[in-house]
Design a protein around this ligand. Structure first.
Ligand code: FES
Ligand code: FES
Length: 251
């Protein structure tokens, strides 16, 4: 057994541990910080990433005997609070970056370190960073994750606010992001001022059933002019009354 003093999410902890235990096990099972996930358990997926002394660390393969005394460790529980979320957390929700959500803490931890060291990364640099940190996501296809990091970086640089990241229905126009449902971030930050009892906002009620422009035109009573499969509606092929045709010719 060994004794360690660690500063975890700003709180000093005195721990007595088995030296062969991993940091992930200690965080999850001793301290109940279960935001740190164990996916592969072999250092390949980044789900267990935490920040240790400013560096991204794979806690699933990091033995406690290697953890320096007084190490400063940040887990996802130490990144923002419910009432004051980190821009990365808001962006993650606004961009729909979590499906199963298992990878999310590891990605946000990695992204946080990236933005601390490089406040204006390019999309390519973000991709490279996630690649380097071996962050894997089975669900989202990575694009929304990169979008979220770029937006969070803009917030941290002061170019936009966290509120700009979330959808705001204003009159008949849609401002902010492209998302039509109140996100968890909106619920938490209180920026979703729409009354859920009324159903969707009006602009969404209009668009909800319009799967295509063709549908929309049909609904509005427009003919499908120019549609090759709809000869009946070709304007110059409609049967005309002879008098009308004569008048057309005069014009
Ligand atoms: S669980 Fe640690 S890298 Fe996969
Ligand atoms: S959201 Fe499921 S693995 Fe990333």
């Amino acid at each position: 057994m060994i004794r360690k003093t660690l500063v975890i999410n700003g709180v000093t902890r005195n721990l007595v541990l088995d030296k062969d235990e991993t940091l992930a096990t200690v965080l999850r099972e001793h301290l109940l910080l279960t935001g740190c996930k164990i996916g592969c358990g072999e250092g390949h997926c980044g789900a267990c990433n935490v920040i240790m002394n400013g560096k991204v660390t794979k806690s699933c393969i990091y033995k406690m005997s290697r953890v320096p005394d007084n190490a400063e460790i940040t887990t996802i529980e130490g990144v923002g609070t419910l009432s004051d979320m980190h821009p990365l957390q808001v962006a993650w929700m606004a961009h729909g970056c979590a499906q199963c959500g298992f990878c999310t803490p590891g990605f946000i931890i990695s992204a946080k370190v990236l933005l601390e060291n490089n406040p204006s990364p390019t999309r390519e640099e973000v991709r490279d960073w996630f690649n380097k940190q071996r962050n894997l996501c089975r669900c989202t296809g990575y694009k929304p994750l990169i979008d979220a990091v770029m937006d969070a970086a803009a917030v941290l640089r002061g170019e936009m606010t966290k509120e700009d990241l979330v959808f705001k229905p204003t009159g008949d126009s849609i401002k902010g992001t492209k998302y039509i449902r109140p996100s968890a971030a909106q619920k938490v930050t209180g920026t979703w001022d729409f009354d859920p009892g009324e159903g969707l906002p009006r602009q969404h009620q209009e668009h909800r059933h319009q799967r295509s422009r063709k549908d929309a035109r049909r609904r509005e009573g427009h003919h499908l002019q120019g549609h090759p499969g709809c000869r009946r509606h070709q304007p110059d092929q409609r049967p005309r009354h002879a008098a009308q045709a004569q008048q057309d010719r005069r014009l």
